[in-house]
Design a protein around this ligand. Structure first.
Ligand code: GLN
Length: 624
């Protein structure tokens, strides 16, 4: 029995772990198949999704939709995204180039695709669900330095490929997964993901018939000048996969319009995949329609048959899950009663992917509250503070999202000031929380030079400051406070009302919600009393440290708010609530913002309406 895995930070013990995994490297065999402890061959099945032709056409959406269907049937699923790039994680990636950084509960910084999995599966993911080439090479090199390969020449095959297989099998064991969904980043033919494809080819060989289902996502072009669907690029892409020794079992053909029968047949002929297993993944009004579309075409049953999983299913679970999902999808597809405009400030105003989770969190809430939300991007690097009121005219709510660096922050502060002074609903996220503190300190408390030390390291009034001593207390290695943490919610506040569903049943005065963080600066503890005295309410804080995590202004009429600043909806979180927005569990801060936005846009709308009801049910006022 191999030794238990070391979880401490002791380097010697970590090396020992690496070496114990290397147990199968010997002089007498060409195979290198280290197996994680407890691995039972045949117990775990694999679905592998490759992309051909171009990237960015929805491998993650296909994979998570299929995974969702299987999960709904009672199977345990575990996704893993394999990235080709050499970065060890996504923390250093520029969101402008790569989309947002998605932070997992265990603090790993990943990319937005992990968000798609978490949202569709309603499942928290962690380190084991994300791997980059950088991580794999790092591990191989560490093991080599520790003498783990017993004098062998260390090679891409079998050693690097062996690590890839080890990782997916380890995930299977750890999550006790019936099916591991493996998504290979990039496209077949890329230099950097070739070793993943090779490893996953070997996986099927080793696991045996009926253990691995390969899916090839491809792209069917429809040149406007021709007005018909052309499959040549798809054929060539699929051929590349065949050249790598991988025979796909399913082809998902991405296209603008439904893929025609003729195009499906051509794809079938060139890829040895029966026509009924060529799925038309054309543009749909919402990605949330894909699971049902896959189901209608029998893809779920096809895959279950291929992997011999029918005897592990739970029909009752499927009925309940389908009913809940169906009612959400009906809301997503319905024509909405209201329409509101939300302003989003941001440096990356041109790029929606940089705010993918905010976009999604708002999309879920909008569906639940029967409204269309038009996003308007406010590029604060281009707007002078004095022009902010004009720029915000006609908005029903404003979000200042997370961000780093000084550019555009003065106008962000002006946006927050305008919201605070005019009753415009406001949600501040991370930097948007910090800038709300700066606005309040400057314009209500009167500390005109209040600022964050992120922008002025020598600031005289650093109401937002870097707090190394807190970091030591929390035992953080790096310089960012990352991942899921508990937030203690103050009773009888806006935050307590919004999070009522999550707080119910918890001990009074110890009620917490869990949120995800990614920040380096915090409210300076020395400034807390002054800010509170002037009427800013910190309604969420660290359970034992003076780290402020939610701020708000009370609604008018809240007991104790007489003579103090009030607001119909003004709240900010030091965390990233958007990362926890799930279709069937819309994030409460966004629900509150959208509901308040609807009330602002339609002050005469009936109190029986969904937005008003949502607020009233939580003890809040529907209009301000
Ligand atoms: N730049 C701020 C900090 O480091 C805010 C971070 C964020 O918005 N994610 O604390």
């Amino acid at each position: 029995m191999p030794p238990a895995k070391n979880t401490s930070n002791d380097p010697a013990a970590a090396t020992q772990d690496l070496l114990s995994e290397a147990g199968h490297a010997t002089q007498d065999t060409e195979f290198f198949n280290p197996m994680p402890p407890g691995y039972v061959p045949g117990r775990h099945k694999y679905v592998v999704v490759f992309g051909t032709v171009i990237s960015g056409i929805g491998k993650g959406i296909f994979s998570s939709s299929l995974a969702k269907l299987l999960k709904d049937k009672g199977l345990k699923v575990a996704p893993i995204k394999m990235e080709g790039y050499l970065n060890v994680d996504s923390g250093t990636l520029n969101p402008y180039r790569h989309g947002e950084v998605f932070v997992l509960d265990d603090g790993l910084e990943t990319d937005m695709d992990l968000g798609t999995y978490e949202r569709l599966l309603d499942q928290d993911l962690g380190r084991g669900n994300y791997v980059t080439s950088g991580q794999i090479f790092q591990k191989v090199l560490q093991k080599e330095r520790a003498g783990g390969y017993l004098g062998r020449d260390v090679q891409m095959i079998p050693h690097v490929t062996g690590e890839v297989k080890y990782m997916v099998r380890e995930l299977a064991v750890k999550r006790d997964a019936d099916v591991v969904f493996i998504e290979v980043g990039g496209t077949v033919g890329d230099y950097e993901n070739a070793f993943y494809i090779e490893a996953l080819r070997q996986l099927a060989f080793e696991e045996g018939e009926g253990s691995v289902c390969y899916v090839a996502l491809t792209y069917v072009i429809e040149p406007p000048a021709l007005g018909e669907q052309k499959t040549k690029a798809a054929q060539l892409g699929l051929k590349k996969l065949l050249e790598a020794g991988v025979q796909p079992h399913v082809v998902a053909a991405r296209a603008k319009n439904p893929v025609e029968q003729g195009a499906k047949e051509k794809i079938a002929m060139f890829s040895n995949v029966p026509t009924e297993r060529v799925f038309s993944m054309h543009d749909r009004a919402s990605i949330y329609n894909i699971p049902e579309a896959l189901r209608e075409e029998g893809m779920d049953r096809g895959v279950l048959t291929m992997l011999g999983l029918h005897d592990r299913l739970n029909a009752r679970n499927e009925d309940t899950a389908r009913a809940a999902w169906g009612s959400f999808v009906a809301k997503i597809n319905a024509k909405r009663k209201y329409k509101i405009r939300i302003g989003l400030t941001g440096k990356y105003a041109a790029l929606r992917d940089a705010y993918a989770s905010i976009d999604k969190a708002v999309e879920h809430c909008a569906a639940h509250l029967n409204t269309d939300v038009q996003f308007d991007w406010i590029d604060t690097t281009k707007i002078a503070s004095a022009d902010v009121p004009k720029a915000l005219a006609g908005f029903h709510g404003v979000i200042v999202p997370g961000g780093f660096g000084h550019r555009g922050t003065e106008s962000k502060i002006a946006c927050i000031q305008h919201c605070r002074e005019t009753g415009l609903p406001y949600l501040g996220i991370c930097l948007g929380f910090q800038m709300a503190v700066v606005d309040f300190a400057r314009h209500v408390v009167g500390l005109t030079d209040a600022v964050s030390t992120e922008f002025d390291p020598d600031a005289k009034n650093p109401v937002i400051d870097i707090l190394p001593e807190q970091k030591k207390i929390e035992g953080l290695g790096g310089n960012m406070r990352l991942g899921g943490k508990d937030v203690l919610i103050k009773p009888d506040t806006l935050a307590a009302a919004l999070y009522a569903d999550q707080l119910r049943g918890q001990k009074p005065d110890q009620q917490t919600v869990r949120q995800r963080f990614r920040h380096r600066y915090e409210v300076d503890p020395k400034a807390i009393a002054t800010l509170e005295k002037a009427g800013l309410v910190f309604s969420g804080r660290h359970p034992s440290q003076p780290i402020m995590q939610v701020l708000e202004l009370p609604q008018p009429g809240t007991p104790g708010s007489e003579g103090r600043p009030t607001h119909p909806f003004f709240i900010g979180g030091q965390f990233h609530p958007e990362l926890l927005g799930r279709p069937l569990k819309p994030e409460p801060l966004f629900m509150g913002l959208i509901a308040a936005g609807i009330r602002r846009a339609y002050p005469d709308a009936a109190r029986e309406d969904i937005s008003a009801r949502w607020l009233i049910e939580r003890g809040l006022q529907p209009s301000g």
